[in-house]
Ligand binder design. Structure first.
Ligand code: ADP
Ligand code: GLC
Length: 476
């Protein structure tokens, strides 16, 4: 076995605000199949040490950014977790980044994560484990390659994965000293970004290889419409940039054994109908013969959630119904509340985060809506495919890579698995939904469409082999 340290701010089952947590939680088992022993370094947010039964101290320091820190090894979801215990940084109420507003010391909080990752890579843990590769996820781990570059020489390879370029880890330039970064690293070829520090840029510049979570997003990232200012940095490293599509955990997301639902399989979708009825009851909807659409999402403009209200009117007039679960932008929440009031019995809304309900929704829905303006990979369309809940998606990023659009050619070739629309606006979304409603009325074709998605292998096999090959390539 060779060793890889995954550095992340979220990981299921310990802490999750989005898909990063699912991916970080799935990677260790996925790459183990290819001979890589992955341990996951994660901040010990309040309560996590107990949750992971982390007792073994494998690394410590008297002072890092204002307090003592230790690395405690525990286990969660079958994976080895290295929890970074730094009470002055992490032992507090709120989400991982603060809630509702970011903690002002987030630069130190996540620089500490990156700093310790580099120390572990350089000197190993007290049990002798030392990685050949550090795999850093998003801006929170972006400084790990920089600390490696600027400290004592070290033969570890580095991979930086972009899950979402919208979050760039900006910090005032005056913090360089406080973050233990050399002043001469503050230049436009390293971590300076429009007069500030960007920890994501630092990772993109210094990592041996850069990945993102779908091939289409990898190409999109080098264009101004998607690169969010970092397109030039990425284009300059195009040779080291690749897109590796996320998989899903095929055991957790399995309609045959999901404890939250009435089980069903691709052989017989009768059970899915029961889940549909249960979902209609749970959301207080009237029975409908049109498609029951579900939305499980952060309610943000990235996710195109502001388009739902406008596109829904015609969809509902044509017999559709809508069950929505999410939280986010207050304006979007209000617009969806209004939509619910305007369409009693046709639209149900739950504001909040509810993992169990999300499973019942994937089991009971006919279609899942993912109208994202940009989507590095997206997981809910994959859950939809797995549960026979046909995805209706914007043609962007990982959505474009994972859903085969039902157009004339795909229909003839019998390869379609869902519906795509472009451009991402209300008109084309509403038009697409009209086509979906028509297609839904042809029951035998619809069942074939559902089953084609359900039969797809959406697991990690292919992508984990690609990650393993990449680790091999960057390790020295
Ligand atoms: P992102 O990470 O950009 O939010 P993804 O599609 O990659 O988007 O991942 C989102 C993850 O969070 C999925 O596992 C999805 O099911 C879950 N999720 C999003 N909102 C909710 C919610 N309100 N309740 C339960 N699960 C949610
Ligand atoms: C980010 C992206 C999402 C992706 C997830 C996991 O949160 O927004 O598209 O699926 O990371 O890689």
């Amino acid at each position: 076995m060779r060793n890889v340290l995954s550095v992340t701010s979220e990981c299921v089952p310990l802490v999750k605000t989005g898909g990063l947590a699912d991916v970080a939680g799935a990677l260790p088992a996925a790459v183990a199949a290819h001979g890589w022993d992955m341990r996951t370094l994660l901040p010990a947010y309040k309560g996590l040490i107990k949750k992971a039964a982390a007792r073994k101290v494998l690394w410590q320091s008297d002072d890092l950014f204002g307090g003592p820190v230790r690395v405690l090894q525990g286990k969660a979801g079958g994976n080895v977790m290295l929890l970074l215990d730094a009470p002055h940084l992490y032992d507090r109420e709120g989400g991982p980044y603060g809630n509702p507003i970011d903690f002002p010391d987030n630069p130190q909080r996540f620089a500490a994560l990156s700093f310790v990752a580099a120390e572990i890579a350089r000197d190993g843990l007290s049990d002798g484990w030392r990685p050949q590769v550090v795999h850093a996820h998003d801006w929170q781990a972006g400084l790990a390659p920089s600390y490696l570059k600027h400290g004592a020489p070290c033969d570890v390879g580095t991979v930086m994965t972009v899950h979402n370029i919208a979050f760039q880890g900006l910090a005032p330039a005056a913090m360089l000293g406080a973050l233990d970064l050399p002043l001469d690293a503050f230049n436009s070829d390293e971590l300076e970004y429009w007069g500030q520090i960007s920890t994501l840029k630092a990772g993109l510049v210094h990592a041996d290889a850069i990945t993102t979570v779908s091939p289409t997003y990898a190409a999109e990232l080098m264009r101004p419409e998607f690169g969010m200012g970092l397109e030039g940095v990425l284009a300059a490293r195009a040779g080291e940039l690749s897109g590796i599509l996320n998989g899903i955990d095929m055991d957790v997301w399995n309609p045959e054994s999901d404890p939250e639902i009435i089980p069903y399989s691709v052989k017989s979708l009768a059970g899915k109908k029961k889940n549909r009825n249960a979902l209609i009851d749970e959301f207080g909807l009237s029975p409908t013969t049109g498609p029951l659409a579900i939305v499980v999402s952060r309610l943000t403009s990235q996710k195109g959630m502001d388009l739902i209200a406008g596109a829904a009117d015609a969809f509902i007039e044509n017999g559709g119904a809508l069950a929505i679960l999410g939280s986010g932008d207050p304006q979007i929440e209000d617009a969806l509340r209004l939509l619910t009031r305007n369409h009693p019995g046709k639209v149900g809304l739950r504001i909040g985060y509810d993992e169990a309900l999300s499973h019942r929704m994937f089991a009971g829905g006919d279609i899942v809506l993912v109208p994202s303006r940009f989507e590095p990979c997206g997981l809910t369309q994959l859950y939809g495919l797995r549960y026979g809940t046909v995805p209706v998606v914007a043609a962007t990023g990982g959505l474009a890579d994972s859903v085969v659009n039902q157009n004339v050619a795909a229909a003839q070739l019998k390869v379609a698995t869902g519906f795509q629309f472009h451009p991402v606006d209300q008109l084309s979304f509403a038009y697409c939904l009209k086509g979906v409603t028509e297609a839904f009325s042809n029951k035998s074709d619809w069942t074939r469409l559902q089953k084609r998605g359900m039969n797809q292998d959406l697991g990690w096999d292919a992508s984990s082999a690609t990650y393993a090959a990449l680790y091999e390539r960057v390790s020295k």
